[in-house]
Design a protein around this ligand. Structure first.
Ligand code: LLP
Length: 421
C-alpha cells in the first residue's frame, strides 16, 4: 500500500479535492468530459514560471528545446516568456515559423541537417546554427553569402558519461553528436569555420544528455571544456539541456536555478567566467506542467496481477517502453484515497509490452469508467506520440485562471487516412 499521490508531482496550480483535481482552476473531470480522453492537460502557470526561471538563470538567448513538446501555442508561450526556440528539423522549424517566431529567436540544431534545412534556416535568418559535423560545414560553405551569412556555434562533445539512461546520453566519446574534444575534431571544426567568409562563430555548444539529476555531470563537462574555451577566446557557452525532473515520489531533481548556478560556479572555478552562459532546457520546463487523463475500459484479474487497460498507451507515452521510465497514477474519483492495490496500467495496443505503469498503485475498487491521471507527462509524450494500431493522437489543452483552451485538437480517423493516395 502506498500513500496518496505526492502533490509535488502535480502542476503548480493543482488543487486536490475529495473527488476531483483542479489544475489552472479547471476540474480535470470536467476537462475529460468536455474534450474526451486520452487528454494532455498543461498548466500554463507552471509552463510560464519554469520558462521564466530558465530565462532568469542564464544570460539572454536561452532556448526552449521544442523536441520535448511543441505546437504553435507552446512556441508563442516560450517567446512571450523571453526564450528563443531550439528546433532540430524542418518540421520543428515550420511549427515555430507558423507560430510567428522570428528567425532571430530560433536556434537550428540537428546532427544531419539537409542542405534544404540549412538553406531555409539561413533564409529566415536564424539566430544560430549549431554545427554538428564536417559534412555540414561542407554544405554550409556552399550556402552562405554576404546576403545570407551564418552565425554558428560548434557542438563539442566533452567526453562526459552523464549519469542517465544510455539512450539519452550524448556527451560521451561514442556518440553521433558533435565534434570530439579529445580527438581534436572540435578544434579542427572551429578553425575551419573561422576561416570561411560569411560564417561567424559565436560560441561553443555542449549537451551531455537528458534526465540528469547529478549536477556534477555538468561540472565535469565544464572542467573538460575550460581549456578549449579559454584558448579559443570563446565568448559564449550553451550548456544544452538535460536537467532531470522527478517522475515518481522518491525522486528529487535540482531546480533550473540550481542547475544554472552550478554551471556558473564551475565556469568561475575553472577561470572562464567572462563568457555568456546560455542553455536550452526542454523537459524541466514542460514535464511537470503536463499530465494525461485516461479512462479505464477494462479491469482484468489475471493469474499474476490485475490489469487496468486505458484508452491510450504506448502511442501517447512510449517512455515506459523505451526507457523503462516510471510514472505514478491517481484516480480522479478519489485522489486522496490510500492506494491499496498494485495494478499493471496498460494501453490498448497489440503488444504485451504496451504498459504505462508496471506497478501502478491505486485504490482497490478502480473499475471501467474511472478516470486515471498520470502526472509529469508533459515532456516527450505528445512529441513522441505515434499512430500505432492507427490510434489517433490525443487532444492537448492549456489551462489557466479557470479557463481551458484547446491548442491541439484530437486526431480523427479522417486525419489518419489523409496520406492515402
Ligand atoms: N539540447 C539538445 C541538443 C538536445 O538534444 C536535447 C534533448 C535538449 C537540448 C533538451 O533536453 P531536455 O532538457 O529536454 O532533457 N526522448 C527522451 C529524451 C531525449 C532528449 C533529446 N535531446 C526521453 O523521453 O527521455
Amino acid at each position: 500500500m502506498t500513500a496518496p499521490l505526492d502533490l509535488r508531482l502535480l502542476p503548480d496550480t493543482a488543487v486536490v479535492h475529495d473527488s476531483d483535481i483542479a489544475v489552472g482552476g479547471v476540474s480535470l473531470r470536467e476537462l475529460a468530459e468536455r474534450f474526451g480522453t486520452p487528454l494532455f492537460v498543461y498548466d500554463e502557470t507552471t509552463l510560464r514560471s519554469r520558462a521564466r526561471e530558465a530565462a532568469a538563470g542564464f544570460d539572454p538567448g536561452v532556448a526552449f528545446a521544442s523536441k520535448s513538446f511543441f505546437c504553435g501555442a507552446m512556441a508563442a508561450l516560450a517567446v512571450e516568456e523571453g526564450l528563443c526556440v531550439d528546433v532540430s528539423t524542418a518540421g520543428e522549424l515550420d511549427v515555430a515559423l507558423r507560430a510567428g517566431v522570428r528567425g532571430e529567436s530560433i536556434i537550428m540544431h540537428g546532427n544531419n541537417k539537409s542542405a534544404s534545412e540549412l538553406r531555409q534556416a539561413l533564409d529566415v535568418g536564424v539566430r544560430r546554427i549549431i554545427v554538428d559535423s564536417f559534412d555540414e560545414i561542407g554544405r554550409l560553405v556552399h550556402l552562405v553569402s554576404a546576403e545570407r551569412p551564418a552565425r554558428c556555434m560548434v557542438r563539442v562533445t566533452p567526453g562526459v558519461e552523464a549519469h542517465t539512461h544510455e539512450f539519452v546520453r550524448t556527451g560521451h566519446e561514442d556518440t553521433k553528436f558533435g565534434f570530439s574534444l579529445a580527438s581534436g575534431d572540435a578544434q579542427r571544426a572551429l578553425n575551419e569555420l573561422r576561416e570561411i567568409p560569411h560564417i561567424s562563430v559565436e560560441g561553443v555548444h555542449c549537451h551531455i544528455g537528458s534526465q540528469i539529476f547529478a549536477l556534477d555531470s555538468y561540472r565535469e563537462a565544464v572542467r573538460l571544456l575550460a581549456e578549449f574555451l579559454r584558448s579559443n577566446s570563446v565568448s559564449e557557452l550553451c550548456i544544452g539541456g538535460g536537467l532531470g525532473v522527478a517522475y515518481v515520489a522518491e525522486e528529487k531533481a535540482p531546480t533550473i536555478g540550481e542547475w544554472a548556478s552550478a554551471v556558473r560556479d564551475a565556469l568561475a572555478e575553472h577561470g572562464v567566467s567572462e563568457l555568456q552562459l546560455t542553455a536550452e532546457p526542454g523537459r524541466s520546463i514542460v514535464a511537470r506542467a503536463g499530465l494525461t487523463i485516461y479512462e479505464v475500459g477494462t479491469r482484468k484479474v489475471a493469474a499474476h496481477r490485475t490489469y487496468l487497460a486505458v484508452d491510450g498507451g504506448m502511442s501517447d507515452n512510449p517512455r515506459p517502453v523505451l526507457y523503462g521510465s516510471g510514472y505514478e497514477a491517481v484516480a480522479l474519483r478519489a485522489p486522496r484515497a490510500e492506494r491499496t492495490t498494485a495494478y499493471r496500467l496498460v494501453g490498448k495496443h497489440c503488444e504485451s509490452g504496451d504498459f504505462l505503469i508496471d506497478e501502478a498503485w491505486l485504490p482497490g475498487d478502480v473499475h471501467p469508467g474511472d478516470l486515471i491521471a498520470t502526472p509529469v507527462t508533459g515532456a516527450y509524450g505528445y512529441s513522441m506520440a505515434s499512430n500505432y494500431n492507427r490510434v489517433p493522437r490525443p487532444a492537448v489543452v492549456f489551462v489557466r485562471d479557470g479557463a481551458a483552451r484547446l491548442v491541439l485538437r484530437r486526431e480523427t480517423l479522417d486525419d489518419l487516412s489523409r496520406l492515402e493516395v
